[in-house]
Write a protein that binds this ligand. Structure first.
Ligand code: GDD
Ligand code: MG
Length: 370
């Protein structure tokens, strides 16, 4: 190895002294019933567990050591990712037996952290931001804490974060009905490690409702990094469907997908009948069967599901092994694992069918013509 003597820390040294924490302990209630069997970050998106996209992005930024803060269905993560070597990561896991919230979850992994700079991620965000730019800003500002911020049309479902002209964070307002700006918390933070040590240990803490307002009240140097790269929280069915389609079409970047882009993505062992139409970023999982003349537009079809001839699936998620009968219509719906939707049924506008539920032929309709 060649040795250099930099006068100040080189970017590479900064990255080497950076570790990541990914919070994956939430229950994913807004994605029920899919999250009854799998935690939200493990749901297949463009054929990979969602978390694979985020972990690959962390690795692509040069970070190698990642700690997963788990709680709900904790064992599933380690079973799939193991020591992380498949992704060229060093992965460790810390389980909260009772969920400790976002702040408690960060505090709970402190013993696993050795670097002085810690990047923390919400485990359900699909994004295209260059993470090294957030780190660079953090160091350039000698910040205590730097947050990634994005602009959205409706900030009320997020943490609203106004900043001053220098990018310094003025307030942190979690899910306020009266947001003063459209700038929101994108769910990625750079912490100085010693700040994490100040979070109370072993008790539930919300980083958004407690830690951030407290750090601001103490006058800590908290900065926002704002950009307009792709960003989406995958926590609702609408966003999950959109994010998945954006990955398939190459609108959302993922280092894990190696540049795939097209109207649809069909996995091995899937069968596609004659005249079936697959558009809008549709994904067909392993071993799934799509009948002749079926039309799938922005559909997310999990492994082993069956869409019968002439059925239509638009902007909907079809769970593992579910069946959609002949000429049925599913639009903006979520069909649980193993559910059985009879021929000619219509399920629209946010309908959710629980796992294993059987709906007989023509059993639910929005129109009277059969
Ligand atoms: N370890 C652990 N323990 N993780 C948790 C816990 C917990 O008790 N509770 C939630 N998480 C994880 C979730 O798994 C998820 O990855 C992340 O923390 C954020 O939780 P969400 O439930 O998805 O929060 P949100 O989407 O309503 O709001 C958050 O994200 C927005 C951006 O996507 C907040 O951070 C908002 O301020 C932010 O704007
Ligand atoms: Mg979320």
């Amino acid at each position: 190895m060649t040795s250099t003597t930099p006068s100040s820390a080189e970017p590479r040294d900064l990255i080497a002294d950076t570790e990541a924490v990914v919070l994956v302990g939430g229950k994913g209630t807004r994605l029920r019933p899919l999250t009854i069997s799998a935690p939200k970050p493990m749901l297949p998106t463009a054929g990979l567990p969602f978390l694979t996209h985020l972990l690959s992005r962390i690795r692509a930024a040069g970070i190698r050591r990642v700690v997963l803060g788990t709680s709900f269905k904790a064992e599933v993560f380690e079973e799939h990712f193991g020591d992380g070597s498949d992704l060229d990561l060093e992965l460790t896991y810390v389980v909260e037996t009772e969920p400790l919230g976002t702040g408690g979850g960060i505090r709970n992994v402190l013993d696993e952290l050795t670097a002085s700079t810690i990047m923390v991620f919400n485990g359900d965000v699909l994004g295209g931001t260059d993470l090294t730019r957030i780190l660079d800003l953090h160091h350039a500002k000698s910040a205590d804490l730097t947050m990634h911020l994005v602009r959205v049309s409706d900030p009320r479902a997020f943490g609203c974060v106004p900043t001053d002209d220098d990018g310094r964070v003025l307030e942190f307002l979690e899910k306020t009905q009266d947001p003063p700006t459209d700038q929101i918390n994108a769910g990625c933070y750079v912490f100085r490690r010693d700040l994490i040590a100040q979070i109370p240990e072993g008790v539930p803490v919300s980083v958004e409702r407690e830690t951030f307002p407290q750090l601001l009240a103490e006058g800590k140097r908290v900065f926002g990094f704002v950009d307009s790269a792709y960003w989406r929280d995958m926590g609702t069915p609408e966003d999950f469907v959109r994010g998945s389609a954006d990955l398939v079409r190459g609108i959302a970047p993922s280092p894990a997908l190696h540049g795939h882009a097209g109207e649809s993505l069909v996995h091995e062992g899937a069968g596609i009948g004659a005249g079936a139409v697959l558009v809008g970023g549709t994904v067909v999982g392993r071993g799934a069967e799509i009948g002749a003349g079926a039309r799938l537009d922005g559909a997310v079809v999990f492994d082993g599901a069956r869409i019968e001839a002439g059925a239509t699936v638009e902007r909907s998620i079809i769970g593992f092994g579910a069946r959609i009968g002949h000429r049925a219509l599913i639009r903006d719906g979520v069909i649980g694992d193993g559910a059985d939707i009879g021929a000619r049924c219509e399920l629209l506008r946010g309908a959710r069918v629980w796992p294993g539920v059987v709906i007989p032929d023509g059993g639910i309709r929005y129109s009277t013509d059969m």
